[in-house]
Design a protein around this ligand. Structure first.
Ligand code: ACO
Length: 302
């Protein structure tokens, strides 16, 4: 994982906005977030995370067949930011592309990578989630800007006889399109600014993540009691707690990283994977929900 150096606390935000540490913490669980400087880029953060993933997998960049970057905040609308990461890594034998499924982007990318590996079309796939959300929010809108942070995480998927990814399930419903979107009508925000119906997002997130996790477990003939770790998209600590409660999963099996990183969109799951001490053989369930709406779940045997 990789995050920009600068950390911005709730107290610092409350010097510029009509908000407070108490409000933000009690409503979201967030205490601080990492915010990019002008010199930071999505490709830079993604590259740093990818370098670590390659190192920990002991795979050379030249052996990577495919680089999939999940991002909502690419450095440029064209070309794909993934190609800049490819160049930075000198991963000459890879194809590289971005995918956009907002906060569910990492799960979508993971699922695409899994299909390529299962069909034998790829052996080593880098899956990266990287975002600079701070360039997409209106810093005068206290109801949205406090929620987001910047960062990246990456995994290297390789071919094995026993698949580590047991299954993935992806969903979307365009009926939620205008519940969370980037508004490009204001010339002051060339990348658009995040507009959100927070309550609708909250209730939908809780419902669909629970449903997709139950479906993903059932598909593998597994039960909630088999789960060692639940890693959810980190949008709001209360959403995470509600999903765990509805599933009947003890909180000590639930990963919470939102306190220090806030919502880094497609990067929250790989950042959380990097921060969790996962042991071989453990059953890990991932799930996310984001704009679109998009959502999904994955079941992994670590
Ligand atoms: N500080 C202080 N007061 C605030 C702030 C703030 N930062 N933001 C809003 N308020 C005020 C509102 O103006 C409102 O005041 P009013 O009652 O005088 O009108 C009051 O707090 C309540 O506002 P609500 O929006 O109703 O607050 P709610 O309890 O719904 O919490 C929140 C808002 C935290 C955004 C919540 O709806 C939420 O987390 N929703 C999920 C959205 C989300 O996580 N989006 C991220 C992207 S999507 C994803 O990743 C899944």
């Amino acid at each position: 994982m990789s995050v920009p150096e600068t950390q911005v606390t709730n107290d610092e935000l409350s010097t510029r906005l009509d908000t407070s540490d108490e409000w933000i913490r009690s409503r979201t669980g967030i205490r601080s977030r990492h915010i990019a400087s002008p010199a930071d880029s999505v490709a830079g953060l993604g590259t740093e995370a990818a370098v670590q993933a390659l190192k920990s997998a002991k795979v050379e960049a030249s052996d990577v067949d495919m680089i999939i970057l999940a991002t909502t905040s690419p450095d440029h609308f064209m070309p794909a930011t993934a190609t800049q990461i490819q160049q930075n890594l000198n991963a000459k034998n890879a194809c590289a592309f971005d995918i956009q499924a907002v906060c569910s982007g990492f799960l979508y990318a993971l699922s695409i990578a899994d299909q390529f590996i299962r069909t034998g079309s790829a052996s080593n796939v880098l899956v990266i989630g990287a975002e600079i959300m701070s360039r997409m929010v209106d810093w005068s809108d206290r109801s949205t800007c406090i929620l987001f942070g910047d960062g990246a995480g990456a995994v290297l998927l390789g071919k094995r006889e026993q698949p580590g990814i047991l299954s993935t399930r992806l969903y979307s419903d365009g009926a939620g399109y205008d519940m969370l979107y980037s508004d490009v009508s204001d010339a002051a925000f060339p990348r658009g600014k995040v507009v959100m119906n927070g309550r609708a997002v909250y209730s939908t997130a809780v419902e669909v993540m629970e449903e997709s996790i139950r479906a993903a477990l059932a598909q593998n003939e597994l039960d909630v009691s088999d789960v060692d770790w639940l890693i959810l998209h980190q949008a709001n600590k209360r959403i995470i707690e509600s999903v765990a409660t509805r599933l009947g999963l003890p909180f000590e099996k639930v990963v919470v990283t939102i306190e220090s990183f806030a919502n880094t969109s497609s990067a929250t799951i790989p950042i959380s994977l990097a921060l969790t001490d996962l042991k071989r053989g453990e059953l890990v369930v991932l799930s996310s929900m984001g704009a679109g709406f998009t959502w999904g779940a994955a079941v992994l045997r670590w």
